[in-house]
Write a protein that binds this ligand. Sequence first.
Ligand SMILES: [Fe+2]
Ligand SMILES: [Fe+2]
Length: 263
Amino acid sequence: MNILILGDVYGRPGRTILKEQLPQLIAAHAIDFTIINGENASGGNGLSTKNAKELLNLPIDAITMGNHVWQQKELLETIADFPQIIRPLNYPEPCPGKGYAVFNCQLKNGSHKKICVANLSGQVFMPNLDCPFNRIAPLREALKEAADLIIIDFHAEATSEKIAFGYFLDGWATAVYGTHTHVQTADERILAGGTAYITDIGMTGPLDGVIGVERQIIIDTMLTKRPSRFVTATGKVQINGIILAIDEIENKVTKITRLYQTY
Ligand SMILES: [Fe+2]
Ligand SMILES: [Fe+2]
């Protein structure tokens, strides 16, 4: 079976390119399950209820989030209506929504796989959430029991923290992949214990901005050191992500392939 995972969907350009290209991508790569990161889907800032519905009308099975999760404040109220949306697990409790969910995925041969999708945030150069290492550790046994496959979106800035998290979960998670930087890394591999790993899968959105924002706004901010209102970049777009090929008997990744397409 194949799982498609796409990096941070950024604003209208990200949503539009998904509408145009996702069905073809799924068909071309025989995808059984699709996960996207949606933390920037509404103008770069969070995920509105309207945009969540719009994205979930596409063949998307799960949406993970990140530090922008509550920027569209309505999601605090509506996240409970969306079983597909997963926010970082390591927010202090009580917190609306959930940090992981187990999905029942029907394969082409009619059999089913239980896929646990979890989202955690890093602590280095990130909001001061609970420790992701200590938050996931006590769940290991229960999640292994509950799911055939465990897929972790580690939303973090520092490459060191991300690599350490990959090693920490090696042999337990099916895959640990990074999001948040919006820049894809070329270090995809299968770790010694069998966990597929990549530091960052990149962004789905504007190609020629600065991680999604109109480039001149960011250049001016760098020059003047003054804050400014961010506007989503226009022009060419990209789809970034990974495809995991999974052995259905062993429940292990046999191949992790980067997807980096421009339009
Ligand atoms: Fe992001
Ligand atoms: Fe982020």
